[in-house]
Every structure is written in C-alpha cells, then in structure tokens.
Design a protein around this ligand. Sequence first.
Ligand code: PLP
Length: 418
Amino acid sequence: MSSLSLEQITRQMAVYRADFPILAQMVRPNVPLVYLDNAATTQKPLAVLHAVEEYYTRMNANVHRGVHTFSEKATAAYEAARDAVRDFIGAASSREIIFTRNATEAINLVANAWGLANLRAGDQILVSEMEHHANIVPWQLAAERTGAQIVPIPITDDGHIDQDAYQQLLASGPVRMVALTHVSNVLGTINPIERLIQMAHAAGALVTVDGAQSTPHMPINVRTMDADFFAFSGHKLCAPTGIGVLYGKRALLEAMPPFLGGGSMIDRVTFAKTTYADLPQRFEAGTPNISGAIGLGAAIAYLRNIGLEAIHAHEQALIRHTMAGLAELDGVRMYGPSADQRAGLVAFTVRGVHAHDLSAGLDRAGIAVRAGHHCAMPLHEKFGIAASTRVSFYFYNTLEEADYFVRTVAEVQRFFTR
Ligand SMILES: Cc1ncc(COP(=O)(O)O)c(C=O)c1O
C-alpha cells in the first residue's frame, strides 16, 4: 500500500470503517458518532471481536497448566500472540515480550523490578517534561524507596526535548535511567528517539520508552532504536482493554527479580526458598488475560494488513488539514510542533471557552474528544493552563470528519462568546 498516493491511501482508509460497527452508531437520534478520542482508546474491528469470541466459544481453558487438549490449544493461541508482538515491534525473541495489563503496568514493572534492585541514593532518573503520569509516578515511587532523585528534562516552547539541556543533565549525572515518551499524548511531538537513546547510552544510562502513542500509529523497531525497555497498551491499537506489553532486552530482564509473585512464575517452591521460571513467565504471575492477548494478536494482524506506514501518512494528512483549519479561527492556541513533526493529534485552547464546555458542545454534535490535563499535569502547568481539548485521529477517520470538527469548534466558540 505504501506505493499508493496519499489521495489513494485516504480513499482506501475509508473502506476500513465498515469493519467497525461502532462507527455507524448514533450518539443520539440523527446524530452520528464522530470518534476523535483515539489517543484515549481506539475502536475495535470485527476481526478482533471475532478472535475473542472464537477463543471463548471454541478453546477456553487456562494456559501453561493443563495437559489436556483445550489447555494446549489456548496456550498455543496465547503464545502465537506473543510471537505476533515480537515481530510487530522487531524484538529478537519472544522471551523479551511480557504481557501486562497496559503500558502503565509495564512501566511499573520496570520501576519496581529493575528500579528497586539497581537504584541507589543519589542516582538520577531523568524524566522529560512531556511525560504522561504513567512515566512519572512509577519512577517517583521507586525514587522514594531508594533515595534516587527525579530530574526533569526541559522541553522547548515549541514542544521538543531541549537536547542541549538533556546533554548537560546526562553529563552531570549520575544518571541511571531516562524515562522518555516516543510520542507525546498532548503535544503530538514525535521524539527523535534513536538519537535520545544514543545520548543516554553514551552517558551509561538505560532508557525506558513509553510507546503508548507511537506503537498504534507508525512502524516500531525496538532493536533499531536500541530501547532497553519499551511499553505499550493494546487498547490504543484496536485490541481489547486489559492487555499491554513490556519489551525488555533479554539480559536486563534475566537479571531482574520478579515484580509480582504467585502461580506460573515459579520454578520450584518450598517454604525455605522459591526459584523462578525463565522468561517471560517469571514476570507473568497468575492467570493472564488470555483473551486479551489473543485479541491483541488479531489487532496486530489487522493493522499489519493495512500497513503502519500508510496509517501514519493518512493521519499526518488529517492533522495537517485540521491544524490549518483551527489556525483560521480567532483565539485558538495549539500546543506543540508543526503538523509535519507530530503524530495525528493536537491539544488546543480556545479563548473565552473552557475546555470542558467546548468538549460538551462538541458532544452535542456527536463529536467525541478529550478535555482536561490528559494525565500530563506538569506539562499543562509549564504552558500555564489547567486544561486543553485534544482531538486525536486513527486510520478510520476521514477528512470530512476533520472538517466537521473544525466547523463545530467555530460554532461552539460563537455560542460561548457572543
Ligand atoms: C503517552 C502515554 N503513556 C501512557 C499511557 C497510559 O496508558 P494506559 O492507561 O493504557 O496504561 C497513555 C494513555 O493515555 C499515554 O498516552
């Protein structure tokens, strides 16, 4: 699909809407849903819904336990999903793929298992000012327990990591861990992640990449970027809620103690001592989200069939169009870099209209967006605002929806400021 023109890609993307029954729903009589809150969660195609149904109707059993046929079928499907994740993000081995509940739990796993074993008083953890709370708070908790220190990496006014300041922080360390988002969920900035990781490694620090907003929207290769840890959530890429992934380099994961204890993660248990299972089971205590993992495998197959490059190109066309439309409106302020340097989302404020009023006004027209601090309070504070409105696209959104959104923002603004 990558050899097609942008216009052809955009036309092709509209075809996929038929795979999402929810996109044909009405918000209220005669008001169709225009779903533009994809950074919060995405809709699920029939292929994913069917995969989950198929698991429960044809092979439901617990995994890695029974020697009966259905347990073996369920285990094979669960492990096939792990292999699908491995290929999707370019990991070397399925042992490096740990299923978690979501990106938040994946980062907590690293902060606890790696952090508590490796951080010492006086060590520094660099956390960029554009992080979601999911990549701030787990590190703060680990810092409180180890005496390590959290140091913010400043960002520039146009929403990029300030690389000079970052270099200085790395040089003045001792920095043990850098917590960095690949794509900001507020600014939309696509960080130059390979370079930022190289800089951290040159200073002897590891990097945990929050891939929650990049993995659904662009090709990912954890080996090319040389991430030490990489986290994402299934529900933001068409999979069910309750399934997420932690990738970790094998040697790092092998050296880490477990995060949660219980069934499935052990080798041998006695009251005197327990030894632990090999990767990845060591980090998957208890019965996992089997149907969620199988749904994630189906979502990955679905997205790969469309093509992540085509998805990215289409979303960039949508965001360019939307930002150009919003720029025409008086009193609209958009946060973050220009359209060509960002993913398919933009957070903005409208003079004279509170973000929640704007969001409620848009909802009356059937448009779903997000209003608030988007779990990035330090970032909103930096820009001197309490809340913003965020519009975020996925491949099934259309230019017509983007136009309707901009027109409706203008109408709501007129209503509140007349
Ligand atoms: C950049 C970023 N990181 C982490 C998360 C947390 O994702 P989850 O709530 O699925 O764990 C989000 C969710 O919005 C996000 O946008």
